[in-house]
Design a protein around this ligand. Sequence first.
Ligand SMILES: Nc1ncnc2c1ncn2[C@@H]1O[C@H](COP(=O)(O)OP(=O)(O)OP(=O)(O)O)[C@@H](O)[C@H]1O
Ligand SMILES: [Mg+2]
Length: 295
Amino acid sequence: MMLAYQPVKSLATINVGVNQGLSASKRILPIIDTVNLIGINEDKINLNLENGSIDCKNINFNYSTNLENKVLKNINIKINGGKMTALVGQSGSGKSTLLSLIPRIYDPKTGILEIDGQNIKEVNLFSLRKEISIVDQNVTLFDDTIFNNIKYAKPDANDDEIYEAAKLSMCSEFIDKLENKYQTLIGENGVRLSGGEKQRLSIARAFLKNSKIILLDEATSSLDSETEEKIQKALDKLTLNKTTVVIAHRLSTILNSDNIYVMEKGMVVDSGNHEELLTKSDTYKNYYNKQINKS
Ligand SMILES: Nc1ncnc2c1ncn2[C@@H]1O[C@H](COP(=O)(O)OP(=O)(O)OP(=O)(O)O)[C@@H](O)[C@H]1O
Ligand SMILES: [Mg+2]
């Protein structure tokens, strides 16, 4: 009896483990099931990139199936290849959403998005994403070394390419101060790195990948001016002659942009350069006075 006691007691607790597993799988399965929403188009032709111009034609988008309250409404814009284009607008106006349509993180509900005249829904998804780098602070990082986290952008890169990317992105400055240098483990999703360091890692990845199209979500959280300056220098180098679409929060970025689109409630309401917009767009003037002027 004494010997049987412990095994029988364990049997009674199995139920708890099984039920925890069941409820966890109930939550995870819908997520796994949604992965295939965007076709990867393995059998389709590759994107043939020329100067990397982007055309949005009549784009409407909504996160839910309910077509009321659209997040993007009738977006018709042209983004010039090799130039810098800025998106500005209040929080929630749809800037990040619009950016996420370019690498097909989401597809428009209606309308077409073309790169160099090719409908991006009709090309091989890998060939599309190969040409695009996304730079922001919410970069996905792995609990691995800094070296491997940079290398992720180009798995067949050699060591020198990785050191070069780290140098160009000004990552080497903070990496050199770490005890284990490039072999430092950065923790789950980079918890051991600051926002500015994470942003530089994502710039390093972009240098390594060397894609023609750069999507940039400028940080809203303010960094100290020295870090800010380093990031700015790295970005200036990275975006030179690339098609850059930037969600701009800083005046210097806005002044550097060839064209600015002003977004409001899911629509593009005005466009032009900074000077033009200041004279013709009340929405822009408002936004500028409230958001940018103060920073
Ligand atoms: N994953 C999502 N699921 C559902 N709704 C979302 C999702 N992401 C954004 N939204 C909604 O879509 C609208 C546009 O959001 P979006 O993130 O594009 O705005 P934004 O202009 O980038 O704002 P911010 O300047 O604050 O980053 C918002 O109303 C937002 O609540
Ligand atoms: Mg956003």
